[in-house]
Design a protein around this ligand. Structure first.
Ligand code: ACO
Length: 335
């Protein structure tokens, strides 16, 4: 295996990539489907439009495209990639979609697997990959967040269907023995509050032969208690970020960018206010894409890297949060 080196101490961020489907669902168009308005959606969420996967844009394809552009930015030989983690709640194959992406990339020397933690998934995957790198097991990793929630949204439920969109993002990260740009992290779950946001299985009882029942597989639509999720996010996200900053001995004015899971602009503003991080430092693109679940953080990061807002050595405080309930935070330095 390439890259086993127990002197590796840190992680370096080498590339970012992203992909969104072409189909644009505007607030005006959603208003043709459910009783809502552009004004209501914009004022309550900050979202104007979202992307919706067509047949060709499943999680494999979106994840592949995002990974490829991240690898191109990193300028890596595809054969040097050791690890691919795909964070998704909507795999194209329930047995795992990451190996298909590995095959499509031609990353023959990598091990690839899926990780599910809803909207915290990308952050949890990034932390997992960084541990493999810092532990010396692997040298190069691609972490992908990709989701296609449009397949599971209840398009008749105006309280939830306005929020979600499809997309993918990816980061290419590398082990190094010179410095550590993965400064610190924290991660939490509370299954006791899990019923606030679910995408549960929908099983139908059937029988195989006499007296032997089985449950046929399938999934329901997204079920969400929006107010409870909102309250959870505005309470827990500032807390976990504050704790992390304190632990790593950083002040919030040393943070160049606050990069939160893009769920709702009001959540972003509230967390920024609580941390005393000014609006100009809060990265947001949910106006264009809505909540793309595991994809939001790398999708936003890629946009800000490519338009030169995020520069080498910028400090980014990031937090993912969502179903589980799950939440986490990481403090990183770009480059
Ligand atoms: N258009 C018009 N009216 C609406 C809409 C809509 N799309 N949706 C709800 N309303 C109505 C309600 O019926 C209600 O009317 P009523 O008072 O007559 O009963 C009124 O607006 C207020 O409804 P609330 O649910 O209180 O609206 P709220 O201000 O809480 O906003 C929202 C709802 C946007 C969903 C908000 O609660 C939110 O963003 N929560 C967080 C959800 C979230 O981020 N989920 C994803 C987490 S990440 C993951 O893991 C996938």
């Amino acid at each position: 295996m390439e890259g086993i080196n127990f002197n590796q101490i840190g992680v370096s961020f080498k590339g970012s990539g992203s992909y969104v489907p072409d189909q644009i669902l505007t607030n005006q168009k959603i208003s043709q489907k459910v009783d809502t308005s552009n004004e209501w959606i914009q004022s309550r969420t900050g979202i104007s439009e979202r992307r919706i996967s067509s047949v060709k844009d499943n999680v494999n394809e979106m994840g592949y495209q995002a990974a490829l552009t991240a690898i191109e930015m990193a300028n890596w030989d595809i054969n040097t990639i050791d690890l691919i983690i795909l964070a998704t709640s909507t795999p194209h194959d329930l047995f795992g979609s990451a190996p298909s992406i590995q095959a499509k990339l031609g990353a023959a020397n990598a091990v690839a697997f899926d990780l599910t933690a809803a909207c915290s998934g990308f952050l949890f995957a990034l932390i997992t990959a960084s541990k493999f790198l810092k532990g010396g097991s692997f040298k190069r990793a691609v972490v992908i967040g990709a989701d296609q929630l449009s397949s599971f949204v209840d398009w008749n439920d105006r309280r939830s269907c306005i929020l979600f969109g499809d997309g993918a993002g990816a980061l290419a990260i590398e082990a190094t023995n010179e410095f550590d740009n993965f400064i610190g992290f924290d991660m939490r779950t509370d299954g006791g509050r899990g019923s606030f946001l679910n995408l549960p299985s929908k099983n139908k009882k059937d029988s195989i032969v006499d007296e032997i029942d089985f449950l046929s597989g399938g999934f329901s639509e997204i079920q969400m208690n929006g107010q409870e999720v909102y309250k959870f996010a505005v309470k827990e996200v500032p807390l976990i970020l504050e704790k992390l900053l304190k632990k790593m001995k950083y002040n919030s004015d040393q943070v160049d960018w606050l990069l939160l899971h893009q769920a709702n602009q009001r959540i972003l503003d509230s967390v920024g206010e609580r941390l005393k991080i000014p609006k100009e430092k809060i990265l947001s693109n949910l106006e264009k894409y809505g909540n793309t679940s595991a994809a939001t953080i790398p999708l936003m990061m890629d946009e800000a890297v490519r338009d030169y807002r995020i520069k080498q050595n910028d400090i980014i405080a990031t937090s993912g949060f969502g179903a589980g309930l799950s939440w986490g935070a990481a403090l990183i330095k770009w480059g």
